[in-house]
Design a protein around this ligand. Structure first.
Ligand code: IMP
Ligand code: MG
Length: 176
């Protein structure tokens, strides 16, 4: 837990809760009276997705997919592999992808490509965080929590070497 001592709070629990409520309200409004397939991108999205789902009052089904990129632990390499796919036919459905963070955008570009080929009725993206200064490919985020500076963040589902996902707030690690 050494790293935790060097971390600072970026977004606290109350601020996260308020933002998640706002996003859920928008989603409830946009899909009012419709069915929504919610697809979380493992593992990072699990906490944001869970909080969001508790505030969504639509007819929903919940699935997960897992995308992995080769490369260093804190950077996306641009080569993305889907290692667990959605277990339902999304053809003609309203699909909401839920991510923890859009960094380079490589992961989401591949996931979007894969899912849009299956011709859903709508394909939207909710992401808790975005680091626009790091973007390598353009990604439209329909429901965004927070734009953040180029810092490495942990907590609220996000990890550093698989640790700290369970922190109820978002922290960041100061460069040494
Ligand atoms: P991208 O493909 O570069 O957009 O990166 C996507 C994935 O990298 C995210 O879904 C996260 O799992 C991970 N990632 C990017 N930035 C951070 C960070 O600051 N902390 C933890 N994980 C991150
Ligand atoms: Mg992720």
């Amino acid at each position: 837990m050494e790293l935790l001592k060097k971390s600072k709070v970026l977004v606290d629990e109350a601020t996260l809760d308020k933002k998640v409520s706002e996003l859920a309200e928008q989603i409830n409004r946009d899909f009012s009276g419709e069915k929504l397939i919610v697809v979380g991108v493992l593992k990072g999205a699990f906490m944001f997705m869970s909080d969001l789902l508790k505030k969504i009052n639509l007819d929903t089904e919940v699935y997960f997919l897992k995308a992995e990129s080769y490369g260093k632990s804190t950077e996306s390499s641009g080569t993305v592999r889907i290692t667990k796919d959605v277990e339902c036919d999304i053809f003609g459905q309203n699909v909401l992808l839920v991510e923890d963070i859009i960094d380079s955008g490589f992961t989401m570009r591949e996931v979007f490509k894969l899912l849009s080929e299956r011709q859903p009725k709508t394909l939207k993206l909710a992401s808790c965080l975005s680091k626009p200064s790091r973007r390598e490919c353009e990604i439209d985020i329909d429901y965004l929590g927070f734009e953040i500076p180029d810092k490495f963040v942990i907590g609220y589902g996000l990890d550093y070497a698989e640790k700290y996902r369970n922190l109820p707030y978002l922290g960041y690690i100061e460069a040494e």
